[in-house]
Design a protein around this ligand. Structure first.
Ligand SMILES: [Zn+2]
Length: 111
């Protein structure tokens, strides 16, 4: 089965309001993420710096700390940056990234 890349997906973490999401798939590798419900804490850097916190559900990908997972995340960031900078070779960059991500998924995630 071909892996479908979610270019706008999460990066292996998602913090929706409590109870709003039954399940969330990882935006990097597509597996269902682990969840901790009703966590009290900050969900962003700004909030953490301001010492603020609020209740949320905390979804995290079980593979988020693996090197290959981080690699896919950084490839996606490169493609995103090429897009917002309107880079001339954007379509080529994206095509190459799709191939590379597909290979990483195949090598690390048996489907
Ligand atoms: Zn993942």
């Amino acid at each position: 089965m071909a892996f479908k890349i979610d270019w706008n997906g999460n990066d292996g973490r998602s913090n929706p309001a409590p109870g709003t999401k039954e399940a969330v798939a990882c935006g990097i590798c597509g597996v269902p993420m682990n969840v901790k419900r009703n966590v009290l804490g900050p969900t962003g850097f700004g909030e953490a710096m301001a010492g603020k916190k609020h209740l949320h559900d905390c979804f995290t990908c079980p593979q988020a700390n693996k090197d290959w997972h981080k690699k896919i995340s950084s490839i996606k960031i490169d493609v995103y940056l090429a897009k917002i900078k309107n880079a001339s070779g954007y379509e080529k960059i994206k095509e190459k990234a799709e191939k590379e991500i597909g290979e990483i998924i195949n090598a690390n995630l048996a489907r």
